[in-house]
Each structure stands twice: as C-alpha cells, then as structure tokens.
Design a protein around this ligand. Structure first.
Ligand code: SAH
Length: 397
C-alpha cells in the first residue's frame, strides 16, 4: 500500500531494495534493473515510487526506454507537474541572481541540479537555447508550461531548441529537427567577463558555447602571461580572454568552422590572435620535439572518457597532452589543464598530472583546482552533476 496520495496518473512503480536505498541516500535515479514492476506504463508518465513493502518514496518521471527508468522529482506527492516545473524554472532563475556576474550568457536550468531532470536551458543574451532530454520533458503540456514561464521571466527575443538525435533515439522519441520554438532571431552577440562572442543558435556544439568554463576563463587571465597556446580552442573561449589580458596567443583546433567563428570573435574584440587548424596530438608532438616554448598553455580537450570503459585510453590521452605541454612551458610558465569527462574524477585527474610532471621532469605547483561555473550547480548527493575539472599550475623549473 502506498501511504501518501498518489500522482494523478495513479501509477505506482515498485523498485528493488537496492533502488530504494539509492533514493534514500539522496540520489534521484533508479535504473531499469532495479524496477520490480512496471508494465504498460505510458512513456514519460508522472509516477509514484514505492519500495517493495509499499512505502512511498516520492514522485518521479518515468522513461519507458532509457536505462535510467526513474528520475525522482520530489520526495512528496506531486499532482500538477507543469505547475511544479514553472515554479522550479522560476527558482532556478532566482538561484542564479546573486551568483552570476559580468555575463549575459549562462545556464538557466541544469537538469537534475535544478531539480528538472532532462531539461537544459541556456541563455545567450536575448536568445534562449534549450535541450529536452527525456520523454517526460518532451510532452506538449510540459513544453507549453516551459515556454510560457521562460518568456514571463526572461523576455527573450527568441527560443531555440537544440536536438541531439542520439538522445531522442535512446528515449524512443520521434526524430525532430533543431529549430526556433518562438520568435525569429537565431544569432546574437553575448558578453562574458567583458569579452564579446558571436552566437549562432543553430550552429556549434552543445547549445552553442562552453558556458561552464566562464569562471575559469577569468581565473586563467589572473596568471597567464607571455606567449600563450590555447589547445582545443573551439571558438576562442580561453584564447580571447588571454589575448585581452595581454598575452600573445595562438589558438589550435581541428575544426575549421570553429576557427572561423574564433577569428570573427577576435575581430569583434579587436584582438590579434593566430589560429591554427591542426590535430592537437600531432602539433604538440612536433612542437615539443622541435623545442618550441611557451609561457602559458591551455589544454581543454573534448571528453575523452564518454563511458567508464573508455577510462584507461582517456587517461593515456590526457597524460600525453599534459606531458608534452609541461615540457614546452618555460620556467615560471602557467598550465591550465581541463577535463570535462565525468568518469575522470578530480583525484584521477590530479594523479595523472602528477605522473605527467614526474615524467616530464618538471615541478608543478597548483595555484587553483577548479570546477564548472556556478550556473552549472553541483548537487552533492548526485556526483554525476560534477564533471568539469580545471587545474591551474605554475611550472617552477
Ligand atoms: N576550450 C574551448 C572548448 C573546447 S571543446 C572553449 O572554452 O570554448 C573541444 C574542442 O576540441 C572542439 O572545438 C573540437 O573541435 C576540438 N578537437 C577535438 N579533437 C581534436 C584534436 N584531435 N585536435 C584538435 N582539436 C580537437
């Protein structure tokens, strides 16, 4: 027997003791293997979760196809999910007000970390870019509530949806193109830390830029100096900040379209930066062996460990990059080294850097061990919300 009132659907999902203890420990996911009974539940339903004795554990969003079958949204009964969603969007906006400075681009809603699993909303000045990642968030009533609350709160010129076709496939949702949901504007200019960026809502990676690095850009400028190399520069996030701080910067990326935007961004800020289209591994190998030297090197590669199984090759990749960068830094030089792989813990990352420093015969002193910007909150009981590492160190010999 469920002891609390039920969700309007009246659907109860019973989970195993292991799933229940996960929820009791503060996590919000239950995997399909921990679902005891769930037949015929419509995709994306609001469901009541109960343990094997019938004790109510809360209200969740159900996915009929994802390995994460249950995403808890409340420990209490919920009878109107669209109303709860509106409140949580308003809460997410209010949470950020005291935390966000010097920017008109930031993450407005970060999925589980804002108690809205499966929903990401980013703001780029007057354009909102959203991602819908689960069946429950894809429903028409949820979409309507979301758009109306975002419009009432933030008054954007337009709202764009970015679709990851792979996610829709995993969630067993019909294919959908990326595109405008509201308004007509698809490009704008946004500003962070006084640096301006072009934004095209229907191009680029993620929802358009790497907002999670915003505070790390500012931190890096406090130490960066001299000749700087920004490896994996994308549209110039670190490179532009370092050039503005007076460094002589070269940005490297394998993507020509990214470098074209980077170059437009440099012009927009009246900065002079050299862009190179190259494979980072090949370039660092050549430069390290030809005796090229720098005062500052930024490494911000894509996530090498997309799954746990990729961990070993990923760590070898990180180590190779960092080893070569450490060899190329002049004494007193600054290393800014990042990893956005959730599966690489901060301890793993620092261990890898220690090994790289030892093998490069360099001494690295840490000045900052950083994570993601505050608009990407980390929920302490949900380790999956913490993914970005950014270590700043100074080479002392
Ligand atoms: N530092 C950037 C974000 C980097 S994202 C910022 O702050 O905005 C990772 C980048 O790595 C992407 O732009 C991608 O094109 C590039 N990339 C991926 N593999 C690469 C490789 N082997 N060599 C060079 N660049 C690569």
């Amino acid at each position: 027997m469920v002891q609390k009132p039920t969700a309007p659907s009246g659907i109860v999902v019973t989970i195993s003791p292991r799933g229940a203890s996960r929820l009791k420990n503060g996590h919000v996911w239950v995997y399909r293997s921990d679902i005891a009974s769930a037949t015929g539940i419509p995709p994306g339903s609001l469901v009541n979760v109960a343990d094997h004795r019938g004790l109510a554990l809360g209200t969740a969003l159900y996915s009929s196809s994802s390995q994460i079958a249950i995403r808890l949204i409340s420990r209490e009964p919920v009878d109107d999910f669209p109303a709860l969603l509106r409140q949580r969007v308003a809460d997410a906006i209010a949470y950020r007000k005291p935390l966000i400075h010097d920017t008109n681009a930031y993450r407005v809603v970060f999925s589980e970390a804002d108690f809205l699993p499966g929903l990401i909303v980013d703001r780029y000045n007057d354009i909102l870019s959203l991602q819908i990642l689960t069946q429950a968030m894809d429903s028409q009533v949820v979409r309507e509530a979301l758009l109306s609350e975002l419009t009432a709160q933030l008054h954007p010129d337009s709202i764009v949806e970015r679709v990851d076709p792979r996610v829709r496939q995993l969630e067993d949702l019909l294919p959908l193109p990326s595109g405008l949901l509201q308004g007509e504007k698809t490009s704008t200019i946004f500003t962070m830390n006084g640096v301006q960026f072009h934004f095209d809502a229907l191009e680029g990676q993620k929802t358009g830029a790497f907002l999670d690095q915003r505070e790390n850009y500012a931190a890096a400028t406090q130490y960066a100096r001299g000749d700087a190399l920004d490896v994996f520069c994308y549209q110039g996030g670190f490179a532009l900040h370092l050039a503005r701080a007076g460094c002589h910067v070269t940005g490297v990326d394998s993507s020509r379209p990214a470098l074209e935007v980077a170059d437009r961004n440099a012009a927009l800020n009246q900065l002079n930066i050299e862009w190179m289209e190259a494979s980072a591994f090949d370039l660092l190998k050549d430069y390290a062996s030809s005796g090229q030297r720098y005062d500052t090197i930024v490494l911000d590669p894509p996530a090498f460990a997309k799954t746990k199984r990729d961990l070993d090759p990923a760590m070898r990749g990180y180590k190779e990059l960092n080893l070569r960068a450490l060899k190329m830094l002049r004494s007193g030089g600054v290393l800014v080294s990042c990893s956005c792989s959730y599966h690489v813990s901060q301890a793993d990352f620092l261990g890898m850097l220690a090994d790289a420093a030892r093998d490069a015969h360099r001494t690295l002193r840490l000045v900052e061990v950083r994570g993601q910007a505050k608009d990407h909150p980390v929920l302490l009981n949900l380790p999956e919300t913490a993914y970005l590492k950014c270590v700043i160190g100074i080479v002392s010999n």
